[in-house]
Design a protein around this ligand. Sequence first.
Ligand SMILES: [Cu+2]
Ligand SMILES: [Zn+2]
Length: 167
Amino acid sequence: MIKQFLISAILLASSAQASDQHTIVKIQHLEKGEHAGTVALQDTEHGLMITPNLKGLEPGVKGFHIHEHGDCSDKDGVQAGAAGGHYDPEGTNMHLGPYGKGHKGDLPPVFADEKGEANTPTLAPRLRLSEVKGRSLMVHKAGDNMADVPHHSGGGGDRTICGVIPK
Ligand SMILES: [Cu+2]
Ligand SMILES: [Zn+2]
């Protein structure tokens, strides 16, 4: 009896935790306007776990970031320009990757396989789910060298898919 009570108490506690520390982000292709899949975000003791379930990408390694604003619309002639720059609450103006001390929005890159699918989970150790809610997730056409040289913000170039992280 006591054992059963304990088990149900543990189940209850863990399901309550999962519901407020886990969110699913719907992602759109910016050019095609099609659904590109989802990215699951979850707090862990090692940081924010990011689990992509994406399709329709060009194969290869892609720059992946939290951008400041939760808006994937075009602005000033830039695809998804309304999302603004990389989330940078400390105003560092430095793109140094997920393990550096620059933009907090710098994530490990997305890897799209030969079918154009990306399913490999990664961790962003400096981020919590609570601070990324209401911002956007962005994948770029090219890779990310985690530096501002030779190109600004890792050199990923054009924004290709985007999703708003629900509040
Ligand atoms: Cu970006
Ligand atoms: Zn950055």
